[in-house]
Design a protein around this ligand. Sequence first.
Ligand code: ADP
Length: 484
Amino acid sequence: MSKKTQDIWSYAPAPESSKVVQIKEKYDLYIDGKFVKPSSGKYFKSFNPADEKEICSIAYGNEKDVDLAVKAARKAYNTVWSKLSSAERGKYIFRIARMMQERSRELAVAESIDSGKTIRESRDIDIPLACNHFFYYAGWADKLEEAFPGRKPKSLGVAGQIIPWNFPLLMAAWKIAPALATGNTVVIKPAETTSLTMMILAEIIHEAGLPAGVFNVVSGYGDTGAAIVNHPDVNKIAFTGSTAVGKIIQKALAGTDKKLTLELGGKSANIVFDDAPIDQAVEGIVNGIFFNQGHVCCAGSRLFVQENIAEKVIEKLKFRMASLIVGDPLDKNTDIGAINSKEQFETIQKYLKIGKDEGSEMYQSPCKLPKKGNYMAPTLFMNVAQSNIIAQEEIFGPVLTIQTFRTIDEVIQKANNSPFGLAAGVWSDKGSKVFNVTSQLRAGVVWANTYNKFDPAAPFGGYKESGFGREGGLHGLIPYLKFD
Ligand code: ADP
């Protein structure tokens, strides 16, 4: 892209004010309706990935804190929550949804400061969808008999929930809302690099007057999560995170009667046929992998383009990539924010080196990068072989591999040749071709002529090493229920 064309895309800075959120110096655990200090007295620091400045300190919960939280959740389940009418439960969840909505601007800014994601994404996607999940499941609370006619659905008890760092509040909403709607109580742990919005949510839920012990937050690291998983009085574990940790959890729960849902990694295929609307497809490819820094489990990280249009698609894609603005997550014009942590930034760099060593051709957008912070340019790899590590392993960054194909059978085989199966995208003008392909893809969610579209009413979840169980929609109620 010429200098002149690049200038067309330069905007004056338009940052959202960070003053809308009053970040405290320290955040405590939330157990039994009270904000309490961790029993070890330990706190860990949370940093803003955009400028590496310290944001606040977060309580580091241990086994003892988890035990207190589970005991509080059990007591609340036995004495209050399971006794309450389902309509009353629904009212609480509606109240939480409305209060989140009232504080949505604050939540969006906090999410961007804490995670590095763009304000456009947190303001337009994460926070509205999180609120909508509460609204949606509030509606189901008193309709469970209708949802499962003749099956007498019953709550399980205490749900232990572990959240990743890529969609901190949204993933929390995906788990908390159906758990409460089905009559369970909750012990939840945010990811160590992104605890802030969970801490604000605890304040909202406290203000909403949810009975003490129904909702508890124990923040911390992996050992805190393991303490929740291994606590003998937890009835269900819901985990979203890496496949490696998912496997540890599954092993830990083998032989117990705890219910488990796992939403793990992905290496999703985005397939473009030669009859696709190419400009829309290019926009879908960009949306699928580059927005949110590629920190999306279902990111369309493997692009398959029909051979006869590959050159044209790659040219258009490079042109579009050059227009993407990488920078301040709080700026409304920013397309790609900061990589969530230094550790993740280094992991991505390691994969770039692997890709080059494997012989693939790398292209990076010539965009300007801020001098400080974990920023990187959107990256393409061409001449990628199916067996290459960069085409097989989840990178979790703004890195796209491109492969070509000639026939439908070939692309289905290539797309399915992955240990993962979370999502996929298909771009074609022909409806019958779309149905043919989507029905043969081994992926939990398949989008046609769009990508990364979410709705609380639509179930989400994986095949193979992407996990099992569904979140969202009526299906999302099932993991929190037992049936006579
Ligand atoms: P990532 O590698 O993408 O950071 P992880 O799977 O490590 O993803 O983290 C997802 C969540 O799981 C985080 O909240 C993290 O603290 C938690 N976690 C990490 N290790 C364990 C473990 N052994 N048991 C339970 N939770 C864990």
